[in-house]
Design a protein around this ligand. Structure first.
Ligand SMILES: C[S@@+](CC[C@H](N)C(=O)[O-])C[C@H]1O[C@@H](n2cnc3c(N)ncnc32)[C@H](O)[C@@H]1O
Length: 250
């Protein structure tokens, strides 16, 4: 609950510290933060007709390319987890390849939209409204997909994100990630230092990463490919060149 962490002498564990740091951003949610709970994202998805490039119901060009060149084998029985799935454009495409897909998002509006898209496409996707960082599974996944979620996490949650990947990614499994790239004059998110984000109490619309910063954030995984996404403005796929497209293997 915003406002309760840190009262009195309540900080007693590492989890308490992480929750306290979350609150530095959440308390300013309306003014600053894109991760400030579900309200921001519910408002973001309320009008489906806004010209947001990733509202088009098509998958990332990188996922399609990795599947086509055989580096990312997908098919019946492939277990996939999508983090921050939004209205499910990747999740639906993955289900169309025969995968069994669990798709998570903070926003109820996005999840509802995703379920409608899956029904229209005639595929099964298990959409769940939840914070990805709390997700637990008995059986790890062959593929974890993250298209634009990681870069909305505050710096201290990189630690939680790595733990999430350890919990959810099977040995030999893949992570396919799209993430704001540094070097795009703000188009690809802020390049402000972590320290300055805490001082400002905001994430400035998402964090840009250099290639090495992203690799470091995903330490423990083996890089298969890390490149800029290819810009795609129409057709069957989505792509923006201010994003990294990364394929990593556990
Ligand atoms: C830039 S949007 C991308 C949506 C979708 N992946 C796509 O590309 O169409 C980022 C998404 O991440 C979700 N998100 C951010 N932080 C999250 C968290 N901690 N847990 C679950 N979802 C989260 C937001 O609700 C939002 O839908």
């Amino acid at each position: 609950m915003p406002g309760t962490v840190g009262r009195g002498r309540s900080i007693q564990s590492v989890d308490d510290v992480l929750a306290l740091l979350d609150q530095l951003f959440d308390e300013r949610a309306d003014r600053w933060s894109e991760r400030g709970g579900t309200d921001f994202w519910d408002r973001f998805y309320a009008d489906r007709h806004r010209p947001v490039p990733f509202f088009r119901a098509v998958p990332d060009e990188s996922l399609v390319a990795w599947h086509a060149d055989g580096r990312l084998p997908l098919g019946p029985g492939t277990r996939v987890l999508e983090l921050g799935c939004g209205p499910g454009r990747n999740a639906v495409w993955l289900a169309q390849q025969g995968c069994r897909v669990d798709a998570l998002d903070l926003s109820a509006t996005a999840v509802t939209w995703g379920r409608e898209r899956a029904t229209q496409a005639g595929v099964d996707v298990r959409f769940v409204r939840t914070d990805v960082l709390t997700w637990r599974t008995d059986r790890p996944y062959d593929l974890v997909v993250d298209s634009g979620c990681f870069h909305h996490l505050p710096p201290h949650r990189r630690v939680s994100y790595r733990a999430l990947l350890e919990r959810t990614l099977a040995p030999g499994g893949h992570l396919g990630i799209a993430c704001f790239a540094a070097g795009h004059d703000g188009r690809g998110g802020t390049e402000a230092d972590d320290l300055d984000l805490y001082r400002a109490g905001g994430l400035s619309g998402g964090l840009a990463y250099t290639a090495d910063e992203l690799r470091r954030s995903l330490a423990g995984l083996t890089e298969v490919e890390l490149r800029r996404m290819r810009t795609v403005t129409s057709g069957d796929t989505f792509g923006e060149d201010f994003l990294w497209a990364g394929l990593f293997r556990r």
